[in-house]
Write a protein that binds this ligand. Structure first.
Ligand code: 13P
Length: 341
């Protein structure tokens, strides 16, 4: 495969394909495993991820990139095959989460800034050596009537831009992820408020990317969809979500960016699919618009698995179905009938 970052970025958003976010930190995968009563050991984490990466139909047809946690990037399948090789063999690009999580932002109650810039160039060189060709950094943006503040947005956008510049220098495509949260307390905001905040965040993010000379052709944006808070009185239809999300993205994301891959952020599996489908079916878009889902690609698979080897075929089937449905959504071809089929 080409080593140019523009080519790698395009390969991550091929038509009908998206990105599997399997980069849960050891703490986050603990929560997922707790929900199915599985112990959080290195072997169980390996077995779970190996099951995903060996889902050939999904991996070959609908997954163009896999975000891994550091442990997974250097991990091997039970038979000794490096995970990086499994992912590459399926035609997908291996990637890695490089941020060190959201930390309280001094002087800004209720807001965070993402850590991990110190030593990042050295870590990126190691990850590149291990086979990673893209990275992810998540900035978390709180949303209330009063938040985010200008300072909160600026601090996070600047860190994203510094990370992105370091990645490109290392030959790694940055996934730039500013997440306006849909489900953090109080999560009662309207879709209009999410529209306003997401637009402002993206404006500042692209200003900062520009200030640090980040090459737009060699990055992927991973935003939230524009949705009401998960506890808002008035929820939204896929058509409303598509209308607001496409309007915000068209006003803020330059067409030189090859792809936008959404996070699912707490939407149900089917909501995340239906919302993506509504955008691709109804709008003419300058970038590939696809998925980089964690929970919305894995939830059904995780519960079908429940940690039992005999459940692996059923769990892979569940993952394959979700990947296929999202692949259809990325082409605007998903239907409720396909969902049940
Ligand atoms: P969700 O799709 O579960 O929100 O996870 C995507 C992700 O990578 C968050 O950083």
């Amino acid at each position: 495969m080409s080593e140019k970052i523009e080519d790698i970025a395009r390969a991550m958003v091929l038509p009908g394909q998206g990105i599997l976010a399997a980069d849960e930190s050891t703490g986050t995968i603990q929560k997922r495993f707790d929900s199915i009563g599985v112990e959080n050991t290195e072997t169980n984490r390996r077995d779970y991820r190996e099951m995903l990466f060996r889902s050939d139909d999904a991996m070959n047809n609908n997954i163009a990139g896999v975000i891994q946690f550091e442990e997974t990037l250097f991990q091997k399948a039970a038979d000794g095959t490096p995970f990086v090789d499994l992912i590459r063999k399926a035609g997908a690009v291996p990637g890695i989460k490089v941020d060190k999580g959201a930390q309280p932002l001094a002087g800004h109650p209720g807001e965070t800034v993402t850590a991990g810039l110190d030593g990042l160039p050295e870590r990126l060189a190691q990850y590149h050596e291990a086979g990673a060709r893209f990275a992810k950094w998540r900035a978390v943006i709180s949303i209330t009537d009063a938040l985010p503040t200008r300072g909160g947005i600026l601090a996070n956008a600047h860190a994203l831009a510094r990370y992105a510049a370091d990645c490109q220098r290392a030959g790694i495509v940055p996934i730039v992820e500013p997440e306006v949260q849909m489900d953090a307390d109080p999560a009662d905001h309207t879709i209009e408020r999410c529209h306003e905040v997401t637009a402002e965040v993206l404006r500042v993010v692209f200003e900062q990317l520009s200030a640090l000379n980040v090459k737009l052709e060699g990055m992927i944006l991973k935003p939230n969809m524009v949705v009401p808070g998960s506890r808002a009185q008035k929820q939204a239809t896929p058509e409303e979500v598509a209308h607001h999300t496409v309007a915000v993205l068209k006003r803020t994301v330059p067409s030189a960016v090859p792809g936008i891959a959404f996070l699912s952020g707490g939407q149900s599996d089917e909501e995340a699919t239906a919302n993506l489908a509504a955008m691709n079916a109804n709008y003419d878009l300058p970038w590939a618009l696809t998925y980089s889902y964690g929970r919305a690609l894995q939830a059904a698979c995780l519960s079908a698995w429940s940690g039992l080897p005999e459940n692996v075929p059923a769990a892979q089937k569940a993952f394959t179905h979700r990947a296929r449905m999202n692949g259809l959504a990325a082409k605007g071809e998903w239907t409720a009938e396909a969902e049940r089929g």
